[in-house]
Design a protein around this ligand. Structure first.
Ligand code: PAF
Length: 281
């Protein structure tokens, strides 16, 4: 596996790479990321190439967020990428990606105002800007994103559509711990007591989906159900939002249907966890 750190070397590598499947990450890789790389390998087959990027993007962190303490574990990340089948990892410095006097930023103005975007102003502008840059740099034919960050996935689909970027975007199912907790680089910020309660997010979402399957369709009822499960099972957490939205537009809905998504975020002391469930049959 090749490690590339500069744009110049990347452009040289890309010239002869052929069909490329790309997995953007911020590093601190876990089994969820390894699954994305393995999926990319599967999509690429033996003939095509798989690349991952490891870049902690300062633009997507708010002033009081965890950019400085975000875990950086490059050596371990590189081994995981190699084991999962990546041919190349692009791991540039911040200076390599962003010009000191840069003055262009991409702004998504509809899907970003709800869910996580409502409590993280500017976050998805940072995501869109870096993903557009990475797409320009790597020029992948296909890219793979996890469904845990469902809002991000929906926004990237919109980015690709609205800016006519010729990349096929694949959404991959969330990888979970054995107790249901969605894997996340931020789970390491949980205390032991919080970690014991964190599977309640998944429990609440699956119970809401079961209620929907048995005929409960009103958003208030479904949200109330989730609120009660969290109050009983995750007393150390404080819900940020619990929302019923459309899977594509992310706009809030009063009545749940096949194309709905329930998404939530819960604050623990040092971590804010997110999860979601599609209400499709
Ligand atoms: O999901 C992530 O890890 C990041 O938001 C991404 C897509 C790599 C952009 O920095």
């Amino acid at each position: 596996m090749t490690l590339i750190e500069t744009v110049q070397d990347l452009r040289a590598w890309r010239k002869s790479a052929g069909h490329l499947v790309f997995v953007p990450t911020m590093g601190a890789l876990h089994e969820g990321h390894a699954t994305l790389v393995r999926e990319a390998r599967q999509l690429a087959g033996p003939q095509s190439k798989v690349a991952a990027s490891i870049f902690v993007n300062p633009l997507q962190f708010g002033p009081n967020e965890d950019f400085d303490r975000y875990p950086r574990t490059l050596e371990k990340d590189l081994s995981m990428c190699a084991e999962a089948g990546a041919d190349m990892v692009f791991a540039p410095s911040v200076q390599e990606v962003y010009h000191a006097n840069r003055s262009i930023q991409i702004r998504e103005s509809r899907l970003s105002n709800v869910l996580c975007g409502a409590s993280r102003p500017g976050h998805f502008d940072g995501v869109c800007t870096v993903v557009a840059k990475l797409f320009n740099l790597l020029q992948p034919d296909e890219a793979v994103f996890g469904k845990k960050d469902y809002q991000q996935l929906a926004i990237i689909r919109r980015l690709v559509r609205d800016l006519d970027i010729p990349v096929i975007v694949h959404g991959i199912e969330t990888v979970r711990e054995s107790d249901g907790l969605a894997m996340s680089s931020r789970n390491r910020y949980l205390s032991a007591a919080e970690r014991a309660q964190a599977p309640a997010l998944r429990l609440a979402l699956t119970q809401a989906r079961a209620a929907w399957l048995s005929g409960v369709t009103g958003s208030q009822k479904l949200i109330e159900l989730i609120r009660n499960v969290l109050a009983n099972e995750a007393s150390l957490g404080r819900p940020d939002y619990i929302s019923l939205v459309d899977q594509e537009t992310l706009q809030p809905q009063q009545i749940a249907h096949e194309h709905s998504l329930i998404a939530l975020a819960v604050f623990f002391d040092q971590a804010r966890l997110i999860d979601n469930i599609e209400l499709s049959h």
